[in-house]
Design a protein around this ligand. Sequence first.
Ligand code: HEC
Length: 135
Amino acid sequence: MEVVMHLYRCAVVPLTLVMGLAGAWAGTPAEQLTALSAQAGRSPNPVAGQQFFNAKHGREWSCASCHGALPTAEAKHASTGKAIAPLAPVFNPERFTDAAKSEKWFRRNCNDVLARECTAAEKADVLAWLISLKR
Ligand code: HEC
């Protein structure tokens, strides 16, 4: 038992710490993508991400309703009409540099579009597509 507990502490505690810190300090889009893919347990699929972003999911809006079908330029909020800066990180270097901010908006927007939170796999797919959009 002693040995098992010791092994447990040696392996699991550092792993949990490292994963926790990776989440909290995810300061680049690539780091956020790595963290989301690890959570999802599979590689991200940018083609699925593009479809997910542009599709409606049983409610009035898609992600594209506010961010534009190709979120490389400024877009207009579907209800307030306010300008929204580009979501693709190459076109807006502030995007996906603060994991807490990204998570907050994923939660809020996914609830608006899907009436539930997005899964880690859905977020990873969308982010992989956004990262793939280049000038
Ligand atoms: C009703 C309008 C609306 C819809 C629909 C919408 N968003 Fe957003 N989104 C916003 C606003 C407003 C912000 C915050 C302002 C900003 O960051 O420009 C935001 C910010 C974000 C961010 C923050 C990114 C960062 O790190 O800066 C992510 C991620 C995001 N949206 C993803 C999505 C996804 C995925 C969907 C579809 C499931 C979606 N949004 C649908 C309005 C919307």
